[in-house]
Structure formats: C-alpha cells, structure tokens
Design a protein around this ligand. Structure first.
Ligand code: FRU
Length: 908
C-alpha cells in the first residue's frame, strides 16, 4: 500500500466501468432536405422522428437547402467533411445534386437517396414512392370521368425534378385512350406559385379536370379558379398527389371535398430510418425501396385522416413518454451518479479503514519493537545505574578509605608533633635539638601534605565551604609571614613586608587564606636561592585589596604559566606537595572568595603572585557561621590580650575539664598536658561522659566527635537539651574537616570546634579564653541586665538595627516567659518563627552567648533581683525564675557568681 492515490485511481476506473457511466456516442444520421416548409415534408419529418424514437443510439441532424441547389451542395459537402455515419439526401434538382451525392458515396459514407432521384446509381439505397405509377393511376382515374376532347390543366412540380417528370409521363400513359387537350402550368411544387400561374390562364371555362403533381398545387389552382368563378370549381375535377396528413394538406382537402381525389405518395420517413439503422448495424439492404401508392377519395381520406390523427396522437403520447423516459433517465442518471459517488465514498472509506488498520498494525508493530527496545535500554540503563552505583560505592569507599587513612595519619602525627614541641621547648641545650627540629619540620610538612590532600578531596566533593570573619588583612598577612621568619634567617633571604595602608578590615576565611599565603610563601622559599629576596606588598584599591608576593628565584617558564594552577600539574614548577595540588588548592581557595590570583614571571629574574580580594562581604555566599566560634574566642578575648600566652599557660585554673576521647593515647596525652592547668576527668565516649556529668561538677567538656556508642554530636545535643547541663560549654575536637560537619556540631550547640591535629598550647589557650570570657560576659550580662539594658557583644562591627529589633523581640519574649520552666530553645525559636540554627547564630553573633546561656543568665539576673529583695526563699526564687530545681539553680548561680545563692543572700 505504498501509493494510496494510485490505488484509488485504479479503483475508480474499475468502478466506473462497472456502473456503465460512459455512454457510447450516438450515430449521426445527416439529412439534407431540399426544402422543409410544406406539409408533406413536415409529415416526413414526423414519421422519421417516430421511427427514430425506437433507437437511443442515433442523432438526426437536418439541413434545409430551401430549394437552392448551391445551398444543398454546400450542406452535403459539410456532412461529408464531418464524416457523418449515414447521409440521407432528398435532392432539389437531380442533375445539380448528383455529383455531390456521388462524392459522398465514393468517400465511403452510406448514402440514402429519398423521394427525388439523382442521375446516378452510385448511392447505397433509394427510398421513395413510384411517381410514374402514381401518374399512371391518376391518368386512368381521370379518364374514367373525362368526356371526349376534354381539357386538362396539368400543374407541374419543378420541371427538373424526377417526380414531376415521372408523374407527367405516368399520367399521359394512363390517359392513353382519351383525346385530351392539356394545358401546362408550372407550379414548382408550391401552392402560391400554382395559384398565380393558374390565375394567369386566359380562360377556365373549358377546363374539365385539374391534375396537379401535388395536393397543395391542386388547392392553389382551385383557389385561383374559385376566385375568378366560384361556381366553376364544382364542375371541375381536382386531382392531387401526396395525400399527406396535416393542416391544409391533401388528406384534409379530399375529406372536405376541396379535391376529388389524391394519390398516395408516402414520405418514406419511417422507412428511411429503418434502412439507415440496417446500414449502421451492418445489415444487408436493398438498392431500392419503392413505396406503395393508392387512390384516396373522400371516404378513404376521412378514414386515413382519423388514422393520421390517431397517429399524431400516438406520436404525441410517445413523445410525452419519451420526455418522461428522458426525465426518468435523467433521474436514473443522477441516482446512478449518486450511487457512484456513494460507492466511491464507501470505497474511499473502506480504503482508509484498511489503510488505518494497516498503519495501526504497523504502528503497533513498531510500538512493540520500541517497547522491546525501551525495555532493553531500560535494562541496560538499570545495569549502568547499578554499575555506576557500584563504581560510586567503590570510589566512595576508596575515597573514604583514603580519608580515613589521612585521619589515621593525622592523629599519630598530632602525638608526634606535640611531644616534639615539648622537647624542643624543654631541652634547648640538648645536643639532639637540631635533630628534634628536623623531625618537627618534617612532621609539619607531612601534616601539611595530609591537610592539602583532605582539602583537595573536600573541594572535589563540593563539600568545602567558607567560614568567614572580618579580619585586618594587613596584620593577618604579617602574622602568616612571621611563620617563615626563621626560615628566612637560615636561608639568609632578604624577607620584607610593605603595605600602602596600616590596616584594612576585609571578610575572609582565615584558615583558607592562611593556607593560600603559606603555600605561596613556602613555594617562594623553596625556589629562591640562599641570599635571595622575598617580599610581600599590600596595595589598596577602591574596592579591592592586592597582596603581591615577589621573589627573585628560578621563575616560571612562559609556557608553564597557564598550567601551574592545574590539578596534578607537576611541570618545571614543583607545587607545594609535589603531587600538583598546592597551587591548585591556592587558586580554588581564592576563587571561593570571588577573588583571583595572577602570576607574572621572568625566569631567573623574578616571580610575582598577586592575590586580588574584594572588600565587603556582598560577593560572598551566605556562609555559616559568619563568625567562627574559634574566632569568637579571639575576638571576644580582647580583654585577655593583656595576658600573653605564656602567662596564661603558667597558671592553674579552678576548672574541671572532662576529656571525652576514645583513643587512649590521645586521651592520655591531652590529660597529661592539661594536668598543670586544669583538673581533668576522662570518658571513652559520649555515654560515659553523660554518666560522669550527672555526678561531677564539670566546667567544660572537650570531646572527640567520632566515637563508639555515643558520638560527640549526640553528646553535645544531650548536654545542650538537658536543662541541668546546658550551661556547660562543649568544645568538639575532631579530625573531621568537613565544614558541613562543623556547622552541624555548632548547630547542636557546640561552643567551639577545634580541628585535629592541634597544637596543645593553642588548645589550652582557647579553653582558658573561652571559660574566662564566659565568666566575663556573664558578669557583664548581669550588670547590663540589672541596669535594664539588653546585653550585646562588644565588637567593632556595628550592630544593625534589624539585629537590635530581633534582640528586642527575643528579650521581650524572655521577659514574659522566663518564669516558665518549660521555656527552652525549641520553644523560643518556635515563638520567634526562626530555626534553632538561626536563633543560635543571631543570639551568639549579637550577644556573644548561646541562646541557652542567654536564657540561663537572664533567669539568674532576675533571681539576683529577687534575692536582693529578700522577700522569697532561695527555693522560691529558683522556681519563680524558671529553674527546674533549687539544686540546679544553685549550681548555675555558683558557676556565674562563684558563690551559692545562700552565700549571696547572707553576704549582704
Ligand atoms: C413536397 C413535394 C411533394 C411531392 C414531392 C416531390 O416538397 O412537392 O408534394 O410529392 O415533393 O418531390
């Protein structure tokens, strides 16, 4: 079914041939008439039509020559040219028409000569009456009435036409026995002419009989005679020829007595058509069909007239029926066409139905195939997904393994670096000092490598985030530079720092920016020869800060410059770790700050790395926490800055630190290091720690995160959600470096989060500062509260009005509900319509205290007011200020005021 149009066409042909839509062209029967306007020829036409109505495959075409030979010749010629199927000629004058009639015959056109004859035998058939015989009978008939020596007026038809000549000859022969006197008049077959010619005769009185070659001329003669002498016509016998029916024709005239008799000259109209049909049907025909004649007198005429009336009647009925049939045929033809149309439409419908069925089947087949293919591809996809999952699993396991190994390495490294630092510090005179320093230096290097690898993995996993804080970039850079001072001295390198501005606060992730500077500086030292020069310069731009590190080391080839920041690129410029990730990390860290790092170098002359950092913090993503808890300690510790680290570490503090750590080595190491400064307690995991907290008075919990049974996060959450323990600060200590985990820890309420490996002194200082700062903040808090203000942190950063508004709302909430013991952080965050993490961040940022501490201090401040009033007992005050028990109230009170509530009351 490739071409539906072709199919339809073939179908149409088949259908049309079946329904017989195409009708055969009818045969053309051409009739050349010498004249038409007399009754005999009208009767001839009528008879022809009656006969023709029997056939539906003929068409009769008639040409009227109007008695002109030339016209008739022309018309016959046209019929010849048209190659008509049959040609009927009724010649005007025999001699003139003979040649063209013969030509038609010779050209193969069946030629029928009718009525008048031609002067040749070259025609197919002749049909006509016997004019000679008619004349003869008329002669015999006349002689019966005529006296001796009678006078006859003979009215001739056209002299050159065969019937006129034959009728004359026949008549003369019929009269043979009589002596008659004949007056000749030529009427040319026409009534008027005959009348005129007869009227021109001098005398009618002697005329006994008028014999006209046709009835109409006989009537014309009668009229002429009657006009001259009406009495005369009754004495004269009038004879005509034709006896044709029709108005004013012979039959009527005989019946009416106008003519005495007429001699039948049949038109042969019906016979001509029959003969033509025979010819068309290729049937044998006679050369001549001579039609019968008879005398028609009054009675016969009447009968014939009746018959002819009936005939005409029949004909009319036939014609009416023909018209009806034609109409029916039209209707039938319309119906047939409609049927054809309907059948065509049905066929079309059928075709389309088949086509649609076929297409449908095809589509179904295709669908099935597609379905199978889909299934296959789905299976393949599933397999690929499975495989991918496996690969991902394996990769993640590998990476996890890699990370775990790194962590595993870091913990023992911490335990190597810590004691090493101690030895170096305690045995400055030792002969092993240089070896110890070498060990320390390499351990540090190893640590850096491990850290870089972990950072790299975090960046690859998209787990690296920024922890930004506001920093004086000038002091910060100088600080990082100072780490390399010893190295500069030992390599005799001219190590310089210059800044266009004395100070500039910008927002950075200190940890990452320190790594950036450290990496660039250690590279510079690595590739600058002894006695070389390394300088760092800070330049100030309208919205940017530029830190340019310049050295005069070996430099970088132009072709390498583009690639030095690529991952694992270890071209001619070795990167920090030798694995090609140092500079890559450096660039990634700078990019995370929306900054950029540019390099310019002339080998063996100079190399400049320029870090561009934007001022402000709008360009930085919404980092959490904006202020790192570690930094908070530093930031808040301004009042402690007066005391130098060594001085801080030299003191013994009245704090009990609970060390929660599952690694016994680290636990022991921390405990031994803490012993000179704090009292310590130990727990192997979170659960053990919780048990200890129930019975012991702990100042701070220092906990590892990854531990069996209960991890550090869970421990932190439990402490912070327990009303009796929530005041205890928690510092999380872990090798995990993911920011997300740090954020998680902080959101669980951790007060600080310190990364392994740590410098033990740094850790101790952090703890001291945290605890001292808390004490100081609590005191300030109390003072502020009692002065009727809202405690906020001392910071250079401006508190925005929105923050103030928030704090006002927060304080208002506490004011109306602090007495409710059920009030906790969850409730507060619910009431304020913010998350716990947001609440923590905001309150901590603005006040320096966690929401839990803020609430507890708020209650304590209200409690001191009540205690001062001396209207309530200590227990009453505890319940009135929302503490769950007097014992817990006492514990909290002591941690802030260093005395019990009872002592406080009695002190006054
Ligand atoms: C008619 C007619 C007839 C006559 C015949 C002879 O035109 O004049 O009256 O019989 O032609 O051809």
């Amino acid at each position: 079914m490739k071409n539906p149009v072709a199919f339809l066409f073939v179908f149409y042909l088949l259908l049309s041939s079946c329904t017989g839509v195409k009708k055969d062209e009818p045969y053309v029967i051409a009739f050349s008439q010498c004249m038409m306007d007399d009754v005999w020829r009208q009767a001839m036409l009528l008879e022809m039509n009656i006969e023709a109505s029997n056939y539906d495959n003929i068409r009769i075409v008639i040409a009227d020559a109007k008695e002109s030979n030339e016209t008739q010749i022309k018309q016959i010629q046209q019929f010849i040219d048209q190659k008509v199927d049959v040609l009927i000629i009724s010649p005007n004058q025999s001699d003139s028409i003979t040649p063209i009639a013969v030509e038609a015959y010779r050209k193969g056109i069946p030629t029928i000569i009718v009525d008048r004859k031609i002067g040749s035998e070259e025609y197919t058939t002749y049909v006509g009456g016997d004019s000679y015989e008619i004349g003869r009978i008329a002669g015999e008939y006349a002689s019966a009435f005529l006296p001796e020596n009678a006078t006859i007026a003979e009215v001739w038809g056209t002299k050159l036409s065969s019937p006129a000549q034959e009728r004359h000859l026949g008549f003369i022969n019929g009269l043979k026995k009589k002596n008659v006197n004949i007056k000749t008049v030529v009427g040319n077959w026409r009534r008027e002419i005959a009348k005129k010619e007869v009227s021109q005769l001098e005398d009618f009185n002697d005329i006994d009989l008028v014999y006209a070659h046709n009835d109409v001329m006989a009537l014309g003669a009668r009229e002429a005679i009657s006009e001259r002498d009406s009495a005369l016509v009754s004495k004269i016998i009038f004879l005509g020829v034709d006896a044709a029916f029709g108005k004013g024709a012979g039959l009527e005239a005989v019946a009416n007595g106008l003519l005495n008799a007429s001699f039948l000259y049949p038109t042969g109209g019906d016979q001509v058509i029959r003969v033509a049909m025979k010819i068309l049907n290729k049937e044998q025909t006679d050369k001549k069909y001579i039609l019968n004649t008879a005398v028609v007198e009054k009675n016969t005429a009447r009968t014939l007239l009746l018959q002819s009336d009936q005939l005409i009647n029949y004909q009319n009925r036939i014609e009416q029926q023909k018209r009806n049939i034609d109409m029916l045929f039209q209707k039938f033809s319309m119906l047939r066409h409609s049927l054809f149309l309907i059948l065509s439409l049905l066929a079309l419908l059928l075709f389309f139905a088949i086509y649609i069925f076929y297409i449908n089947r095809k589509i179904n087949k295709k669908n099935k195939q597609l379905h199978i293919k889909n299934k296959e591809s789905e299976e393949q996809k599933q397999k690929l997904i499975c495989l991918n999952e496996k690969i991902e699993q394996v990769t993640s396991q590998k990476l996890q393994f890699f990370t775990n190994v790194s962590h595993e390495v870091r913990t023992p490294l911490t335990l190597i670096v810590g004691p090493l630092e101690k030895w170096i510090k305690l045995t400055p005179e030792s002969p092993l000092l240089s070896d110890l320093k070498l060990m320390k230096k390499n351990a540090d290097r190893l640590m850096r490598v491990i850290n870089q690898l972990l950072d790299f993995r975090k960046i690859e996993n998209n787990k690296m985030g920024l922890t930004i804080s506001q920093v004086d970039i000038v002091a910060f850079t100088e600080n990082v530079m100072s780490l390399f001072e010893d190295l500069a001295k030992s390599k005799e390198i001219c190590y310089e720092f210059a800044s266009e501005i004395p100070t500039c606060q910008i927002w950075i992730d200190q940890d990452k920016m320190e790594k950036v500077l450290t990496n660039l500086l250690s590279n510079a030292f690595k590739f600058t020869a002894v006695g070389g020069k390394i300088s760092v310069q800070i330049k100030d731009g309208p919205d940017k800060i530029y830190i340019a590190l310049q050295d005069n080391g070996i430099g970088i080839d132009e072709k390498d410059i583009e690639k030095i920041f690529d991952r694992f690129y270890t071209g001619s410029v070795p990167s920090g770790v030798g694995a090609g990730i140092g500079l890559h990390l450096t660039q990634e860290f700078v990019k995370m700050h929306q900054g950029q790092i540019l390099v310019e170098s002339v080998p063996n002359d100079y190399t400049i790395f320029t870090i561009e950092l934007l001022k402000g913090k709008d360009h930085l993503p919404d980092c959490f926490p904006l202020v790192h808890p570690e930094d908070r300690v530093d930031l808040a510790s301004t009042s402690l800055n007066v005391e130098k680290p060594d001085e801080l570490l030299a003191k013994k503090y009245n704090y009990t630190i609970l060390i929660v750590e599952d690694d016994p080595d680290i636990q022991t190491y921390i405990q031994s290091e803490f012993a000179p400064n704090f009292s310590t307690l130990k727990a192997g995991n979170g659960a053990e720690a919780l048990a200890i907290l129930q019975s012991e008075n702990v100042s701070l919990v220092l906990s590892d995160v990854l531990m069996p049974e209960m991890n550090g996060f869970e421990l932190c959450r439990r402490i912070k959600s327990d009303a009796d323990l929530s005041y205890i600060p928690v510092v999380l200590l872990t090798a995990l470096t993911d920011d997300s985990q740090r954020i998680y820890g902080v959101s669980e309420g951790a007060d600080d989060y310190i990364q392994k490996p740590f410098n033990i002194d740094f850790l101790k200082i952090k703890i001291i500062r945290l605890l001292e700062e808390r004490k100081r903040l609590q005191k300030r808090f109390m003072q502020t509260m009692q002065a009727g203000g809202i405690p906020i942190i001392e910071t250079e950063a401006k508190i925005e009005s929105l923050d103030e508004l928030f704090m006002r709302k927060f304080a208002d909430l506490l004011d109306v509900s602090y007495e409710n013991t059920e009030l906790n952080v969850e409730k507060i965050s619910e009431e304020l319509g913010i998350s716990r993490v947001q609440l923590y961040r905001k309150v901590k940022e603005i006040s320096g205290l966690s929401p839990v501490d803020y609430l507890r201090n708020y209650r304590l401040s209200k409690a001191t007011t009540l205690l001062n009033q001396k209207r309530y007992s200590v227990s009453e005050v505890a319940y009135r200020t929302g503490f769950s028990s007097p014992a817990y109230f006492a514990k909290c009170f002591k941690s802030v005021f260093n005395m019990t509530p009872t002592e406080y009351v009695s002190q006054e």
